[in-house]
Design a protein around this ligand. Structure first.
Ligand code: MN
Length: 492
């Protein structure tokens, strides 16, 4: 998988031949300066590349075709320095297969009161050139991001930066391969879904492997390999158990999992405690340590959450807040201090840990296997989101809730798993009501790095429904939105 730093975004300036060569030379000079300024801001996660000004339908079509076929190009950014008649753009934009951002800015910040003349007006007319450009994208019903603001200000550059992360999520999603070890947990509805539809809409290649294949691979792992992995564990975590054999078993599991993933290009995987043929422990520490390195994971065969976890980790690359597979576990209903406690039976990603995780071994009430080693830790305070992708039958719906995450309010000495607490926005009562009305799963991906805006941009790029539960959510409005969306998607 490509790193976010290896992706490029192409900056395409629109114009036309009407104004003469001198104006076009100035357009080129200004656009280059703008690209340099945006790049030098240090805020962009990927490379911004200046492309020659497009002035004719053929030039526009050619640059779009080139963008479509260039593996490094994760999206295009357009800006009209002058007027660029947008019938010229139809043929090109119709072919565009990459994310598209329209940056509505202009080269000069202020009107030069004493110098302004008609030459200046002809050169600096984004105010109407960009409106012409906006019309044709609206007319073509194109999904796109519009960012408005002066290019030397931080806010629009941050918006472009966030959109770039979503666009990298789009590229990542379209090349995602993952594996399910065993099937989904019996009788569970929300972890199921249409894998063919997921590949069509989201690009996910979701493969299957019997647990026996993993067990076979584990048999090939040598003691020396396990010793090496144990050194890595000791570097990263405190080993807080005398049951070293149980930890070594997880090390062996992880080595085999990584080998299978490496050989097949899998960036995410699932396990299911009901399907552990030939295994002594449910993978716990093994999954957690792999998630720390960017792998997506889902418990109980939940491949949707596993893939979302990998996509969101790719979008968050270079940020240090953390992104984790999560589950709403239990509530704290103290009046005026309502919280959700999130955890999982083992597998919470240590990227969200507030303290150095401890490796511990405890019994697991379900699954009928030996006591598994797992990482135990508490999570940090901070603004975050939880995201859940569900299959509505005929379409995918992404539900995102803004949350205020917290280190657990009190110690829970008998709780043998990693945990995080949060106050969902606008509050637990409305959030849980909204989440349940929308059909959100108990599994989610929690991220301190990926924002709801990034997820909305990503959902728009993928062409799926997006529901945002936030500080402004009102149940009546949400009910109408869900009802209207249902009708809209039937017409689509
Ligand atoms: Mn679960």
């Amino acid at each position: 998988m490509k790193s976010i730093r290896e992706y490029e975004f192409w900056f395409i300036t629109g114009s036309q031949h009407l104004y003469g060569d001198e104006t076009l030379r100035q357009v080129e000079k200004d656009a280059k300066e703008m690209v340099k300024g945006l790049s030098d801001s240090g805020l962009l996660p990927s490379k911004l590349v200046w492309k020659p000004t497009v002035k004719t339908p053929a030039e526009i079509t050619d640059i779009v075709k080139e963008a479509n076929h260039d593996e490094s190009c994760a999206g295009i950014i357009t800006w009209m320095h002058t007027f660029s008649p947008s019938k010229m753009w139809i043929n090109g934009l119709k072919r565009l297969q990459k994310p598209y951002l329209h940056f509505h800015t202009q080269f000069n910040r202020e009107i030069p009161w004493n110098e302004i003349d008609m030459d200046f007006m002809n050169l600096n007319q984004s105010a109407h050139g960009d409106r012409e450009h906006g019309f044709i994208a609206a007319r073509l019903r194109m999904p796109r991001k519009v960012v408005v603001g002066y290019w030397q200000d931080e806010e629009p550059v941050r918006e472009i930066s966030d959109w770039m992360r979503a666009a990298v999520g789009f590229a990542f999603s379209n090349s995602l391969k993952m594996v399910r070890f065993g099937d989904n947990m019996c009788q569970v509805a929300v972890t199921e879904g249409d894998k063919v539809e997921s590949e069509i809409k989201l690009g996910w290649d979701i493969e299957y492997m019997g647990v026996g294949a993993l067990v076979d691979e584990m048999k090939k792992v040598t003691d020396a390999q396990v010793d090496e992995k144990m050194k890595e564990y000791a570097d990263r975590y405190d080993i807080d158990t005398d049951n070293i054999d149980a930890v070594r078993y997880q090390a062996k599991t992880e080595i085999a999992l990584r080998k299978i993933c490496g050989e097949n290009g899998y960036c995410a995987f699932t396990t299911n405690f009901q399907d552990l043929w030939g295994m002594e422990q449910l993978p716990g520490l093994a999954c957690q340590n792999m998630m720390a390195d960017g792998f997506g994971f889902g418990g109980e065969g939940d491949w949707k959450v596993a893939a979302m976890c990998a996509v969101m980790k790719a979008m968050a690359e270079g940020k240090d807040g953390g992104t984790a597979f999560m589950e709403d576990y239990t509530y704290h209903f103290e009046k005026g201090n309502e919280h959700i406690l999130g955890a999982h039976m083992l597998e919470v990603c240590p990227s969200i840990a507030a303290d150095r995780p401890k490796i511990q071994v405890h019994p697991l009430g379900i699954g009928d296997r030996s006591d598994p080693a797992r990482l135990v830790f508490n999570s940090k305070d901070g603004d975050a989101i939880v995201a859940s992708l569900i299959d509505m039958g005929g379409r995918m719906r992404l539900i995102v809730n803004d949350i205020k995450a917290k280190n657990p309010l009190h110690p829970m000495p008998k709780l043998p798993v990693a945990g995080v607490m949060w106050v969902p926005q606008p509050n637990l009562k409305v959030s849980a009501h909204a989440w349940i009305l929308a059909g959100g799963a108990h599994h989610s991906v929690l991220s301190y790095d990926v924002t709801a805006d990034m997820m909305k941009d990503w959902a728009d790029m993928m062409g799926i429904e997006f529901i945002h539960i936030n500080a402004d959510t009102k149940i009546n409005d949400l009910e109408k939105e869900l009802f209207w969306n249902d009708i809209a998607y039937k017409l689509k």
